[in-house]
Write a new protein. Structure first.
Length: 890
């Protein structure tokens, strides 16, 4: 995760930057405001100065006019030549009127004597005018050594009731009598002169003496005029005619005060511009500047806030990106696949650790911006270690070229045994995402699964499924090439016996050795398969295009197999001899079904079995017909069973003394079309299918029913009935229960029922046989071993089995006196039975010689055509009657 600046630091920078901006703006604004203020003050000063200068000029002009008017009265009235008493008041007043009319400011002019009495005036009252000068003013005028214009304090005129000023100078009459020329001027007229129409906001104009005595003011302030001495005097306030921050002359407010002396006496014009008024415009400006400044500051603050928010957002965004990246990194690291991201120039951008685990040689090689070519160059020797340098370089180039056109995942295996699935996906910016998924375990598992699905786990040979698949391909190839192939179906003879007597482990041992030997008999392109049990199939391909030659080739292989499999095996500590039966069929020439071909070879193999085993036999189409007939027979037997088409015949069994002691129940098929069918034609088929079970049960029940009938008859109650029991029937789990049930239901006496078991049945699973015989023996049922001498009779099992009788097979009886070995076998059986205290019955006795031989050697029971053929029960009963009669007569 990349580091980035903490937002607090950036925020501090933003704040500082904002503060600097604000300070700068405030400084500029302050400077501007200050400058504006100074300018405003300067403007006010200039204005006030200009005003005062104008006012001074105007006032000087006006006062000069008044002064001239007063001074001219001397000449006008000729005073210097007359005495006071000579003055014609009317004429003088008339003259004065004419003169005063020229000065509009002057209300009247008058000439007063030293006592203040009016000598003449321009007023209509003429010499009668009462002029009331402020106290002391007349005296101070008269006292002037040189006639100068004097100005009185402002007073309220007696005549006009308005505030006026008196201007006076003394005139010298004849005889040096001093008279005073006076002019009354309304203050308002002088104020107008002073102000001259100028309009300066807040301006206060005063005319005052150096002592501070106020003569007039604009605006007129009666309150001030009543105590018309302004303090401090203007001279103390203003330096060189101007003062800042001085109190306004009228209101005392801080003001700019400009004053100027005029020509007369110590009069001064003062203009006070209150700073408030002077700075009124400036204040607007200042406010505007302040507003603008505030606006600027607000903008700066806003910009700062926005910047801070931007910083925050940036931080959040970066944080989110960092978190996303962390999550991505975490996701990449938790991936089980290796991950590699390339940019558009095929350089490494990102990868995860799993990549280095899956492709360990990339450790230290993979790095940012490393070309993908470098990674491939590091991989070559692990993927294809045998390539030369040039070939390796070519591989790298091809690999680089190929990846642009390979959207589908592909697998690559490495020298370390791993298999990696590689998936490549383009990115929108032209880069490439490559994922490396380790599928080594998966591939191993699928190989194992495939092996389990297609191979026999015991021998590791192809199983039936794979064989069928290869057969399909071989058939198709054979049709294309015209070459024959062959199928050899192989079954081990008596394997079941080995399995049962020595156990499955020994059986498995044999199967594995057989598989090994079979593989040595064929070429690599041939197939050796195990279908299950002791069944093997060999498929030979690419034989001759000529049928006879191909058959000869297959025969040679078959004979080789026979030879090899006849060599004794070592199973554990013991040697074992095993033989195979091999059925063969040719494949090719036409599109045959693999199932049919297998069936043909199977049929051929059964033919070998039926012909004595340990041989090779080719499939004969005639056999197919036999097989079909067998299938038909099986179906017919099913119908016969449910259609009650079976009957029992009974073959008598005699004692040596001629008594009929019993009978063997033998099944017959009363076929609706074929008539009576002997069991030799159908028992074999029934035994191979499940049909023998219900069929045997029917025989047992029917025989027991007959037994019950006979035992109810005085003449036949001693008769024993023998019933053949097939292996499949005997091995039924409920066999014992069924026999007991039948005995109970039919009421047959168990000791009159004899069950005949074949020697091979007895030997097959001896323990089960002993158990079942033992259980039924407790009920009284008797047992006889049928076909005795044909199997592997041994004293060992005879002593273990609770048997009652041995039945010498008719094959021995047939050759008595003909084949010496059979004579010996019969004598041996009889001797052995005697020792074991077992009864012996000889079957197939057809001649008296045979019977005599048997009798001579101790056999006392006989069954055979000599004494009687199998017949229905009624015929047996008749036979018994006649034999009993013969015995009585004899
Ligand atoms: N599981 C069952 N098997 C049965 C049953 N019924 C008969 N069989 C078996 O069928 C085989 C043929 O039987 P069958 O054709 O009935 O032949 C029997 C006799 O007729 C015949 N026999 C008797 N004496 C002579 C003789 O002197 N010469 C001669 N050529 N044949 C003779 O032998 C057969 C009896 O044999 P066995 O049973 O071994 O005593 C046969 O194997 C029957 O067992 C049945 O119900 N169930």
């Amino acid at each position: 995760m990349t580091e980035f600046a903490a937002p607090s630091r950036i925020k501090a920078y933003v704040w500082a930057g904002g503060a600097i901006f604000v300070a700068a703006v405030v400084m500029v604004a302050g400077t501007l405001a200050w400058d504006a203020r100074q300018t405003a003050l300067a403007d006010s000063k200039a204005q006030a100065t200009r005003f005062v200068a104008g006012a001074e000029a105007a006032l000087n002009r006006s006062l000069l006019a008044v002064d001239v008017l007063l001074a001219s009265m001397d000449e006008l009235l000729g005073l210097s030549n007359v005495m006071t008493a000579w003055v014609d008041a009317d004429a003088a007043s008339q003259r004065l009127r004419g003169s005063a009319r020229q000065n509009l400011m002057v209300r009247y002019v008058a000439v007063l004597d030293g006592a203040g009495k009016t000598l003449a005036s321009s007023d209509p009252a003429g010499g009668g005018l009462l002029v009331q000068l402020p106290a002391g003013f007349l005296e101070s005028v008269l006292e002037q050594p040189v006639s100068t214009l004097m100005v009185s304090a402002p007073v309220v005129s007696f005549a006009s009731s308005e505030r006026v000023l008196y201007f006076a100078r003394h005139l010298r009459m004849a005889g040096s009598t001093r008279v005073v020329a006076v002019a009354e001027l309304p203050v308002s007229a002088l104020s107008s002169v002073l102000v001259q129409g100028v309009d300066i906001s807040g301006l206060q104009v005063t005319l005052e003496r150096a002592t501070g005595q106020l003569l007039l003011s604009v605006p007129n302030r009666e309150d001030v005029m009543t105590a018309p001495t302004l303090t401090p005097p203007i001279g103390d306030l203003a330096d060189q005619g101007m003062a800042w921050q001085a109190p306004a002359r009228l209101t005392g407010d801080p003001s700019l005060v400009v004053f100027r002396p005029i020509l007369y006496q110590d009069l001064r014009i003062a203009a006070s511009v209150p700073l408030d008024a002077a700075l009124a415009d400036w204040r607007n400006q200042r406010d505007a500047i302040a507003l603008t400044t505030l606006l600027f500051i607000a903008m700066i603050v806003a910009a700062g806030v926005m910047a801070l928010r931007y910083v925050d957002r940036m931080y959040q965004a970066r944080l989110a990106i960092a978190q996303s990246k962390a999550t991505l990194d975490q996701a990449l690291e938790s991936m089980v696949s290796g991950f590699l991201l390339l940019d558009s120039q095929q350089r490494v951008v990102q990868w995860n650790l799993q990549l280095e685990t899956i492709l360990p040689w990339l450790r230290g090689v993979v790095a940012p911006l490393v070309p993908f070519r470098t990674l491939l160059e590091a991989t070559v020797e692990h993927h294809a270690p045998r390539l030369s340098d040039d070939e390796g370089r070519r591989w790298v180039s091809q690999r680089l070229q190929r990846q642009k056109h390979q959207p589908e995942p592909r697998e690559q295996s490495y020298a370390n045994g791993s298999t990696i699935q590689i998936t490549e996906r383009g990115t929108p910016d032209g880069g490439l995402v490559i994922s490396y998924h380790d599928v080594t375990a998966l591939r191993k598992a699928s190989t194992e699964i495939e092996s389990l699905a297609f191979y026999d786990p015991l021998t590791n040979l192809p199983n039936r499924r794979l064989l069928m698949d290869r057969m399909q391909q071989a058939i198709a190839a054979s049709v294309r090439s015209g070459q024959y192939g062959a199928l050899l179906f192989l079954d081990l003879d008596h394997f079941k016996t080995l399995n049962d007597t020595r156990g499955h482990e020994v059986g498995d041992m044999l199967l594995r050795q057989v598989a090994q030997r079979l593989k040595t008999c064929v070429r690599r392109e041939d197939t050796v398969a195990r279908l299950g049990g002791d069944e093997f199939v060999l498929m030979l391909s690419d034989l001759s295009v000529h049928r006879d030659e191909a058959a000869a080739q297959a025969r040679r292989v078959g004979e080789k197999i026979l030879r090899k499999l006849n060599v004794p095996y070592t199973l554990g500590a013991n040697a074992h001899h095993s033989t195979p039966s091999i059925g063969a069929t040719l494949m090719g020439g036409s599109l045959q079904s693999s199932v049919d071909l297998l069936k043909e070879a199977d049929i051929a193999m059964y033919q070998v079995k039926s012909q004595g085993r340990n041989a090779l036999c080719f499939f004969d189409p005639q056999m197919q017909i036999v097989i079909s007939m067998r299938a038909q027979l099986e179906s017919d037997l099913q119908i016969a069973l449910t259609g009650r088409q079976f009957v029992l015949h009974y073959q008598p069994q005699f004692h040596l003394d001629g008594r009929l002691v019993g009978a063997e129940a033998l099944i017959r098929w009363q076929h609706p079309e074929r008539g009576l069918v002997a069991p030799g034609e159908f028992i074999g088929v029934a035994e191979e299918s499940e049909l023998i079970v219900p069929m045997g049960h029917w025989v047992l029940r029917t025989a027991c029913e007959q037994l019950a009938v006979w035992q109810g008859d005085e003449r036949y109650r001693h008769l024993q009935v023998s019933v053949n029991v097939s292996a499949r029937q005997f091995r039924q789990r409920d066999f014992v229960a069924r026999v007991v049930e039948v005995l109970r239901e039919t009421g047959a006496k168990p000791h009159l029922l004899k069950l005949e078991l074949t020697e091979s049945l007895v030997l097959d699973n001896v323990d089960d046989t002993i158990a079942k015989i033992g259980m039924l023996k407790t009920k009284g049922v008797r047992f006889s071993v049928d076909d005795f001498g044909t199997g592997y009779s041994s004293l060992a099992y005879l002593t273990r089995l609770p048997l009652d009788q041995l039945k010498i097979d008719q094959s021995f009886v047939r050759n008595l006196g003909v084949r010496h070995t059979d004579d010996v076998i019969v004598q041996t059986i009889l001797g052995m039975a005697r020792n074991l205290e077992l009864d012996v019955i000889a079957e197939g006795v057809e001649t008296v010689a045979q019977k005599d031989f048997l009798a001579r050697h101790g056999c006392v029971y006989f069954q055979g055509y000599l004494m009687g053929r199998p017949t229905p029960a009624a015929a047996l009963e008749a036979l018994m009657e006649s034999s009993a009669m013969a015995a009585t007569q004899g």
